[in-house]
Design a protein around this ligand. Structure first.
Ligand code: CMC
Length: 387
């Protein structure tokens, strides 16, 4: 057996979660974790949630400015026309096991469609902008088509005359949503579109830094979004609320979980030390929808969880994050739980592509170091001499 390396006198500082490491300059997104502010290209998320649309937000993220009216109409129609998916993709979706997690199916399908994009390996900025639009447009259609297929239902093709959020709900449920539901979906997509150098955006950057193509970077991002510490938290948060079942049980659930050193999903954040501004906007929509759908108890459970967790974890500055309310909102919009993380991807693909395109303007291969602490003199024994 070999011995462990003797720690050098100057052991390097190891930043396991890269908490304090800046990996690029950016003008895409700014998160002010102390004041609870979120800006896309300088525009406050509160203004965008109130006045903008997801399509306009995509333009802002990718192009870095507000579109003119003509540019907006043009960009909107390009996205709407690109929503359609080909019979090859539908065939692939039909091949998936019926119990495959939709986020895994999405990851596979995005990888698959890259093979049909004649511009896949064109590294120019203009080609990447076009690929970004195609990806943003097709992700919702893939998710909706797979959802219909796994439920034995007819696929609902996209309707380019509708906005993306409204059409997505229609393609999933088979019904045109009411105007409030369509608007809430639109706002949820605006709110999730980007969030600076989070784990999935970083995964996209790592892949992109090797000069792999845009699709490869987005596949890496989708794979990274899946985990319950990132995009999977919305599903975990709603599961908790449904398991609590009664408002009277909510406070005790939180106290028991914290006593056992468990995590309350949908709370805490690496950057925010106060309320996540996206959570505050979605909370109000959750309240409205719960009243409309006669599910006030569910909202009450979330309120008690929120009050108790914030009270108990005040010293650690733990507050609800966007995922605490997005799961609740999607549930009240009639979306099944395992679509919550894919819906996150519907929106976040706009931020991922913006980050990759920005990074490629000044690319550098991501290649960090790890500090070796294993043996240095392990003796190799040939297989035939081993027991
Ligand atoms: N419930 C209970 N305690 C918590 C929570 C939570 N949700 N979050 C953090 N803490 C405690 C944690 O136990 C630790 O306490 P101590 O110092 O006594 O050991 C302290 O707060 C700091 O926690 P940390 O894990 O070192 O902080 P972090 O910056 O690594 O955590 C986080 C960030 C998001 C991983 C974490 O807050 C968490 O696990 N939250 C639950 C999952 C979740 O909601 N994720 C969605 C994140 S936001 C959307 C996104 O980016 O995808």
């Amino acid at each position: 057996m070999g011995s462990a390396v003797k720690p050098a006198l100057d052991v390097p500082r190891i930043d396991k979660g890269l908490d304090d490491i800046y990996v690029k300059e950016t003008s895409i997104c700014y998160v002010d974790g102390q004041r609870g502010r979120l800006l896309y290209r300088g525009f406050d998320i509160q203004d965008l949630a109130q006045h903008s649309t997801f399509e306009e937000t995509i333009f802002i993220l990718i192009h870095g400015r507000l579109p003119t009216r003509q540019e907006f109409a043009h960009a909107r129609s390009i996205l709407a026309e690109a929503r359609a998916i080909t019979p090859d993709v539908v065939r692939l979706l039909r091949c998936m096991p019926s119990d495959a997690p939709p986020i895994d199916v999405l990851r596979t399908a995005v990888s698959y469609i890259s093979n049909f994009d004649s511009e896949r390996d064109d590294p120019t900025r203009a080609a990447n902008m076009r690929k970004a639009q195609r990806l943003i447009a097709k992700v919702p259609t893939i998710i909706a088509a797979h959802h219909r297929i796994r439920n034995g239902k007819r696929i609902v093709p996209p309707d380019p005359s509708l906005g993306g959020a409204e059409d997505f709900l229609r393609m999933v449920t088979g019904r045109k949503p009411d105007p409030l539901s369509a608007r809430i979906m639109d706002v949820a997509l605006i709110l999730h579109a980007d969030h600076s150098m989070n784990a999935s955006a970083f995964a996209a950057i790592v892949s992109a830094s090797t000069l792999a193509d845009l699709y490869s970077a987005i596949v890496a991002a989708i794979a990274t979004l899946k985990g319950p510490l990132h995009g999977g938290a919305n599903e975990a948060a709603l599961r908790t609320m449904l398991a609590i079942a009664k408002p009277e049980a909510a406070e005790q659930y939180v106290l028991d979980t914290l006593r056992n050193r468990g995590r309350i999903f949908g709370f805490g954040h690496r950057v925010y030390r106060t309320y996540d501004p996206r959570a505050l906007i979605l909370r109000e929509y959750a309240r409205q929808l719960s009243e409309l759908r006669g599910q006030e108890d569910l909202f009450r459970i979330s309120e008690i969880m929120q009050e108790t967790t914030v009270r108990e974890l005040k010293a650690k500055q733990i507050y609800p994050n966007v995922d605490f309310y997005s799961g609740l909102v999607y549930h009240l919009l009639g979306l099944p739980m395992d679509l919550f993380t894919p819906v996150f991807a519907v929106s976040r693909v706009s931020g991922w592509t913006a980050h990759v395109i920005e990074y490629w303007d000044d690319n550098r291969l991501v290649r960090p170091l790890d500090y070796y602490v294993g043996p240095t003199d392990a003796a190799y024994v040939p297989l035939e001499e081993r027991p």
